[in-house]
Design a protein around this ligand. Structure first.
Ligand SMILES: [Zn+2]
Length: 636
């Protein structure tokens, strides 16, 4: 067990959630993704001279790479505002109302006037070169597991365009997502354990959902984390999409920082100094390795590129050291070189011989670099000469940072809970007022409008579900943590007289989740269809046992209606006449047996009948008909 408290773990969360508004934040386009036809236009973005001095180096680097951006502008889901050919319209009041309602629920202090600001982004994800963002409220707190977690800011901002591809110098974005309103809630960095980080994220997500005004599904909520331990550094981790990944991401980051500190101590005890590092010069090893069997090297050399080597004194064994599951320190160094020099990667001595490089060649490299194979390490970069040299310098820089400890950086969360280097951490982003949009006064009227949307207290919702509808507390919590919360509650209210509320809740939080667990894409089935299925159960048209199969079929055949699915599966409940017909057939074929066994043939006939009718007929009715038909046969 890791003692996170003793390590001084501090985690802060930034939750970004898309709001379910009619229109986008700064225009009247619908706030939703779209697969419709689109026009294409191309831009090259550049920061203006006055902004250039304030752009962080990482962003500037993006721009210098000479990227071109291609935009898909779907006809009904983008306009001249997304194309940056028309000034943004005033901020969407519906989005402001939702943010104000959330602010109120968190006890935050609402600003008097909402000022829209510009935050420079030059990765092309916004056609204007900046993201528009507005502070709505400051402070407040949220009670989670008996602790009060302070909230720092509540912000409204526009979502970025969605990246759909990349080829050569082109990056392609789709403009449907650009401008969808996002609420961003940032907590103070006071969270003390991986588990608590998840709890807090869940509580914030729940609060947002209870407004009934947020989008749902993968990609509509994104969690960013900042993580540090004593002696480490604040690492920003972007884009955790699943709640259950949060603890893993925190655990892995703590491990990474501990390992980096361990490597620093090791380097210090081996006596590596900054002076030693600054005396290292990258060397051209193209001649030494020109006959190598390494495919990367052969390909580079045949295209006129170079192999650059750089000695890493006293580092033997350290590049191969694991810093988090499946990631070695050498990988961290390679990511750094990739970012600053745009190379594909590096090869380091801890993974050699290998990649077609022989032991003899390794020895030759050590000789050429003037290193000692028993204590030193080296890195090789095969690429265009200029780029490879730049990468070699980036490698040395990354090692130098290791002498200090953990560098401040921004990392991307991966699907398996590990992370990878994205870019150095920018200084606090500078903002400029968006002069095209007048400030919005937060009037009494606006605050009153927001009150209607105030999310209820989760505890009181649970109390209502248990007292009024008889759900167990556990089931009630599952319901309010379900993204279809609103749908479930309205079904319970509407159909609670015909079906037990716990059955209705169970369809969603047990049956559907079970299907998801089997890999069925339940989220592709719209709520309306799920509602329809439960209604069919309530009216007796289909059996309860049929629900699972129908949902499975609809997930696989999204274009089918509920009726079509029921028909194709042969699951519609049969009328009394049809049941009689089926039973008649069975009774006729078993006539001899029935006569012989008398009343005792009930089980046999019933078994045959249910095998044919299961899911399509109520067992009680079948048994009643079977009993009657048998006595008819016996009377004859
Ligand atoms: Zn628009």
């Amino acid at each position: 067990m890791v003692d996170y408290e003793a390590l001084g773990l501090k985690v802060g969360l930034e939750i970004h959630q898309q709001l379910d508004t009619q229109a986008k934040l700064f225009c009247e386009c619908p706030a939703e993704l779209s697969e419709e036809d689109y026009d294409v236009f191309v831009r090259q973005l550049r920061p203006t001279r006055s902004e250039l001095g304030d752009v962080d180096p990482a962003a500037l680097f993006e721009w210098r790479k000479g990227r071109m951006y291609r935009y898909q502008a779907p006809h009904g889901h983008s306009c001249l505002v997304e194309a940056d050919e028309e000034p943004p319209h005033p901020i969407n009041r519906e989005a402001v109302r939702i943010a104000l309602a959330v602010a109120r629920a968190l006890g935050s202090t609402v600003v008097d006037e909402i000022h829209v600001m510009r935050k420079t982004v030059i990765d092309g994800s916004n056609t204007s070169g900046f993201q528009r963002t507005a502070i709505i409220a400051l402070g407040g707190s949220l009670r989670v597991g008996g602790r009060e977690i302070p909230i720092e800011t509540i912000v409204l901002e526009e979502d970025a365009a969605r990246k759909v591809g990349e080829d050569g110098v082109y990056v392609e974005y789709r403009l449907d997502r650009l401008g969808i309103p996002l609420i961003e809630i940032a907590t103070a960095p006071v969270i003390k354990s991986p588990h608590e980080a998840r709890e807090v994220a869940q509580a914030i997500g729940r609060l947002l959902r209870l407004t009934g005004k947020v989008k749902r599904g993968l990609g509509t909520i994104r969690q960013d984390l900042n993580v540090s331990i004593s002696g480490g550094a604040k690492t920003e981790i972007k884009g955790v999409q699943r709640l259950d990944l949060i603890p893993k991401v925190v655990e892995n980051e703590v491990q990474r920082q501990l390992k980096l500190l361990e490597i620093r101590e090791e380097l210090r005890s081996r006596g590596l100094s900054r002076d030693t590092l600054s005396s290292i010069a990258p060397a051209d090893l193209t001649g030494v390795l020109k006959d190598s069997k390494s495919r990367v090297i052969r390909r580079t050399v045949s295209k006129g590129g170079a192999v650059i080597g750089v000695l890493l004194p006293r580092m033997k064994g350290l590049l191969g050291r694991e810093v988090m599951p499946g990631r070695r320190f050498g990988g961290e160094v390679a990511d750094y070189a990739r970012f600053w020099a745009g190379v594909g990667g590096i090869i380091h001595s801890d993974e050699l011989p290998g990649y077609g490089i022989s032991l003899d060649e390794v020895e030759e490299v050590y000789r050429a670099l003037g290193g000692d194979s028993s204590s030193d390490a080296f890195a090789l970069i095969a690429d265009r000469r200029e780029r490879a040299l730049k990468a070699a310098r980036a490698v040395l820089e990354r090692i130098e940072l290791t002498l200090e400890g953990v560098p401040e950086e921004t990392r991307a969360a991966l699907e398996d809970g590990t992370t990878r280097f994205l870019r150095p951490r920018p200084g606090s982003a500078r903002m400029y007022p968006e002069t095209d949009i007048p400030p919005l006064l937060v009037s009494e009227e606006l605050l009153r409008e927001a009150e209607v949307l105030a999310p209820p207290d989760p505890e009181s919702v649970v109390a209502e579900l248990t007292e009024k509808y008889g759900l167990s507390r556990q089931l009630a919590w599952s319901v309010i943590d379900d993204e279809r919360f609103k749908t479930i509650v309205s079904l319970i209210e509407r159909l609670g007289g015909k079906l037990e509320p716990s059955y209705i809740a169970g369809v969603f939080v047990v049956t559907l989740r079970g299907l998801e667990g089997e890999g069925v894409n339940v989220s592709s089935v719209p709520d309306e269809k799920l509602v329809e299925i439960v209604e069919r159960v309530a009216s007796g048209e289909i059996a309860r046992e049929a629900v699972e199969e129908i949902v499975r079929r609809l997930a696989e055949n999204p274009s089918e209606s509920v009726d079509e699915a029921i028909e194709k599966l042969g699951l519609s409940k049969l009328g009394r006449k049809e049941i009689e017909r089926v039973v008649d057939e069975i009774v006729n074929s078993l006539r001899g047996e029935i006569v012989k066994r008398g009343e005792r043939s009930m089980g046999l006939v019933m078994g045959r009948a249910m095998a044919k009718l299961r899911g399509r007929a109520d067992g009680r009715i079948v048994s009643e008909i079977v009993r009657r038909k048998i006595s008819e046969v016996l009377r004859e």
